[in-house]
Design a protein around this ligand. Structure first.
Ligand SMILES: C[S@@+](CC[C@H](N)C(=O)[O-])C[C@H]1O[C@@H](n2cnc3c(N)ncnc32)[C@H](O)[C@@H]1O
Length: 462
């Protein structure tokens, strides 16, 4: 990725395009002649360069092609970690970060990088992970993208009272366990961002803010919902929260208790739900606090559209949807008329999947609970004799499932992954078992961060 742009006069790093907000004391300052050129981005979004003595440098918020003067803030045996002391030549892909917390907040890594550059980087990361397993793609992956800001419909903010009694609400600071006060978040959907300032005031008005562990924000078609992790009962603060929820027009629940916390609604219980469209048909999915929900509604819809196009299940299909959650993919695929078995580990979500199928009059969906890390349980669900399998595992991947699928005769598999490393490991197993990768896509589910979602279609034979 050669993206060297115009040459700018050397200037201090502070206050420019995401290079500010770094108060790490350098352990090694480079002399003016020691500038380096960024060769590429590492998978975590840091720029990679090499010193003249050959040691690698991982430089925060530096882009490919840029020439920078680094300041090393951590020395390691095989590489050093650095930030930019001075930006000498700037990439034409560098943009001004939209969020004022960028650089300090641990949430986003790539706000200084143009959207197109971020997506190119994610394509390269997928390719590199696959290459490590000697796998190649038949064609360039499709990119499933949407607006890079205002997309996140769910987030968890930490709450902390410091030794001086200061109350903090925010995300972890980059590379640290410290909580950074967050007043603005450009990647949250606007309805959730608008709650940040009132929540700071609300916490300051509580009698016992130390009883609050964290706050989860959820946006659904029922509006905004706050779920407060309340470690101990406090009658006065209970009323304060209820007053706050009424004034803000949000729903409110407490997870109450230190161990084995119980969910208690302090407002009227909302019906948390979101809508997807499958072949022009509206499907409504309900969920509860704590359930998995894809964070980016628009990219999720594109993922569903792509799954339907690639798999093209007909009414004779037997679709096995593994790691099914509350039925996001199961219900979309069931709209084509075939039999669908959705398998999910959480019993509560299995119940919700079944209820969602009923609510949408999809009598062709069966919901089943199984732990897909257990060989016997995986074999049992594969005995259902699917004609195609969709798997959308958590970051650990689907080791046992892919080992079993590698020896199966299922004609088509669609693997949706949020971790390209475990995807590559599992893909290698499937390819060893005789599958070919026939289509690929990168879904920009987590824009402005280095995280990526990938989809691979596998087919037998050929
Ligand atoms: C990435 S989510 C995908 C959910 C769903 N496909 C969707 O699109 O919303 C992964 C799901 O796998 C479930 N899961 C995690 N570990 C599991 C296991 N060992 N067995 C079965 N399901 C598991 C989680 O509860 C979660 O719902």
């Amino acid at each position: 990725m050669a993206m060297l742009g115009r040459r700018r006069a050397a200037r201090p790093a502070s206050g420019t395009s995401g290079l500010h907000q770094r108060d790490k004391a350098p352990v090694r300052e480079f002399a003016d002649g020691d500038s380096v050129v960024i060769e590429r981005l590492a998978h975590d979004g840091r720029g990679v360069a090499h010193r003249t003595d050959g040691k690698a440098l991982f430089i925060e918020r530096a882009l490919p092609g840029e020439r920078v003067l680094p300041a090393v803030h951590r020395q390691r045996k095989r590489y050093d970690e650095a930030h930019v002391r001075e930006l000498i030549e700037t990439s034409d892909q560098r943009v001004e970060p939209a969020c004022r917390h960028f650089g300090q907040c641990g949430g986003c890594d790539l706000q200084h990088f143009a959207d197109a550059g971020q997506r190119q980087h994610k394509l390269a990361v997928l390719g590199e992970h696959l290459a490590r397993e000697a796998l190649t793609l038949p064609a360039a992956p499709e990119v499933l993208a949407a607006d890079g800001h205002g997309y996140r419909r769910r987030a968890r903010l930490g709450v902390k009272v410091d030794a001086q009694g200061g109350i903090h609400l925010g995300f972890r600071a980059k590379g640290s366990h410290h909580l950074l006060d967050i007043h603005q978040c450009t990647i949250l959907v606007p309805r959730l961002t608008a709650l940040l300032a009132p929540m700071h005031h609300q916490l300051a008005a509580l009698e016992a803010p130390r009883h609050v562990g964290h706050i989860e924000l959820i946006d659904s078609d029922a509006g905004a919902t706050l779920v407060v992790r309340q470690l101990r009962e406090h009658a006065g603060d209970r009323v304060r929260w209820q007053t706050f929820a009424a004034a803000q027009g949000v729903s409110l629940a407490w997870w109450l208790g230190r161990d084995a916390a119980q969910l208690e609604w302090l407002s009227a219980e909302p019906e948390l739900r979101y809508r997807i469209v499958a072949d022009g048909r509206d499907v409504t999915l309900t969920f509860a606090p704590g359930d998995f929900v894809q964070v980016n509604a628009t990219v999720n819809q594109r993922l569903i559209d792509t799954a339907l196009t690639w798999l093209a299940p007909d009414p004779a299909a037997r679709v096995l949807d593994l790691y099914a959650g509350v039925g996001n993919l199961s219900l979309a695929l069931a709209c084509r008329g075939g039999e669908v078995l959705g398998v999910e580990g959480s019993p509560a979500m299995v119940g919700r999947l079944a209820a969602n199928a009923r609510r949408n009059d999809l009598g062709n969906v069966e919901a089943r609970q199984a732990d897909l890390t257990q060989v016997a349980e995986v074999c049992e669900v594969l005995d259902w004799a699917p004609s195609l399998v969709v798997l959308d595992p958590p970051r650990d991947g689907a080791d046992i499932v892919c080992t079993q699928l590698a020896g199966s005769a299922v004609p088509q598999l669609l693997y949706i992954a949020c971790d390209p490393a475990t995807l590559a490991r599992d893909a290698a197993r499937l390819v060893q078992g005789g599958y070919r990768i026939t289509r690929a896509a990168v879904a920009d589910m987590f824009a402005q961060t280095a995280h990526l979602e990938a989809m691979l279609l596998f087919e037998r034979g050929g």
